[in-house]
Design a protein around this ligand. Structure first.
Ligand SMILES: Cc1cc2nc3c(=O)[nH]c(=O)nc-3n(C[C@H](O)[C@H](O)[C@H](O)COP(=O)(O)O)c2cc1C
Length: 395
């Protein structure tokens, strides 16, 4: 997603500088071209060699020294940049940025930039709370193209608990992806169901399936990056929550239906990725069923068909379903689209290697109501998510 993007990473002299090493790794993995600019004090915390090796680019520290890549390189770099992230941003750097001081590489480049900056303050809680720091942050916030990331409450380097911790590298990375994504879904509300449901037959046992929620969570993450308001109704899963997404946790199909119906009115786009159990035990024992007889017969009754119900009431909304099939997928999908009044179905043949439950990849086909389809090769679920949202935006 960051391929072709040039990101400047400003590192100043705070203890959290070590976290920025991981940030470079994450940015490079996503395809960004990363240039690190360090203040002189920052080089006392982490060596430029570490950043140089990870970024694959020279590290810039001395604005009037010998140039490393281009003449007047702070200007060339600032023209190339799509975003500058400053992590950690010391109280000193924040004060300099707020007041237009340009006395080293980082602060000089900052003045020459026209792209967005993401500033991640990190410092001792008293330094952060100081009225001068607060006034400087307020001033920065009032300038165009400055996005501030609030520090966290937590244990600081000295062992004291207070506000001033820099967010983790992954959180800063997610914010960068958000800032650099085109916001073509701004103003849209997307409702997504994800994960499995659990249908209990006694207090501690249930019927379920191996869905991990990865596909639905990937769509939620991508839609939020594109500016949509996202509500994710999730069955029990153990994966990382996507940022900027409202998560509503449920257990059973009945609870999932209630939550989906509650938010459907305010929804423009509904995407049902959840692996909802078709049946639930008719009776739920109040106490644990003891091991006794050789066979145990459970009576099952049909669960509500959430997507069919929403599809029938969709009006102007777009409703997209998923079908995980092992045989005859295409004809089932076509039948489902018509019966449930869907705009299209994402069909995955879970019998294929690399598709379906638990894995990070999927092999999907979009099936449309008129019987046409579009086929995709093996792709990361994140990329499948992008294709689904692109298709929805086309509709
Ligand atoms: C061990 C140590 C840790 C420090 N951590 C921070 C910090 O987290 N945030 C901060 O604003 N200053 C911190 N300082 C103070 C800065 O290094 C100092 O204000 C310095 O002038 C900042 O220079 P720079 O902004 O040019 O990097 C720390 C100093 C030391 C010695």
């Amino acid at each position: 997603m960051l391929a072709g993007k040039t990101i400047l990473l400003g590192v100043s002299g705070g203890i959290a500088a070590y976290k920025s090493v991981e940030l470079v790794r994450l940015l490079k993995k996503e395809g960004a071209d990363v240039y690190v600019i360090m203040t002189e004090h920052a080089t006392k915390f982490v060596t430029p060699l570490t950043f140089e090796s990870l970024s694959g680019n020279p590290v810039f520290t001395d604005v009037v020294g010998e140039y490393k890549k281009y003449p007047v390189e702070h200007i060339v770099l600032s023209e190339k940049a799509d975003l500058m992230v400053v992590a950690p941003a010391t109280a000193n750097v924040i004060a300099k940025f707020a007041n237009g001081i340009a006395d080293d590489y980082l602060s000089t480049t900052n003045l020459a930039l026209t792209c967005p900056r993401l500033i991640c303050p990190a410092m001792n809680h008293n330094m952060y709370a100081h009225p001068a720091t607060q006034a400087n942050l307020k001033r920065l916030d009032s300038y165009d193209n400055y996005q501030l990331m609030e520090p966290k409450e937590g244990r600081l380097a000295t062992g004291i608990v207070g506000k001033g911790r820099m967010p983790e590298a992954i959180e800063i990375f997610n914010e960068i992806k958000y800032l650099l994504s085109p916001k073509d879904m701004l103003g849209k509300t997307v409702l997504i169901t994800a994960g499995p449901t659990r249908e209990h037959y006694d207090p501690i046992r249930f019927l379920s399936n191996p869905s991990t929620g990865k596909m639905g969570y990937a769509i939620a993450r991508k839609a939020a990056e594109r500016g949509a308001r996202v509500i994710l109704v999730s069955g029990p899963v153990s994966i990382e929550l996507p940022p900027k997404v409202k998560v509503v946790s449920v257990n059973t199909a009945i609870e999932m239906r209630e939550a989906a119906i509650k938010y459907f009115d305010e929804t423009d786009i509904f995407i049902g990725t959840a692996a909802v159990a078709d049946y639930r035990p008719k009776n739920r024992a109040a106490e644990k069923i003891k091991k006794g007889a050789d066979t145990l017969i459970l009576d099952l009754e049909k669960n509500p068909d959430i997507i069919a119900e929403l599809g029938q009431n969709k009006d102007q909304r777009i409703v997209v379903g998923f079908a995980a099939e092992t045989n005859n997928g295409f004809s089932y999908a076509l039948e489902k689209i018509k019966k449930k009044n869907l705009d299209f179905i994402v069909l995955n043949d879970v019998a294929q290697k690399g598709a379906g439950f638990g894995v990070d990849t999927n092999i999907v086909k979009f099936v449309f109501p008129d019987g046409t389809h579009e086929e995709f090769p093996l792709m990361l679920k994140e990329d499948v998510a992008t294709k689904i949202l692109d298709q929805i935006m086309k509709l």
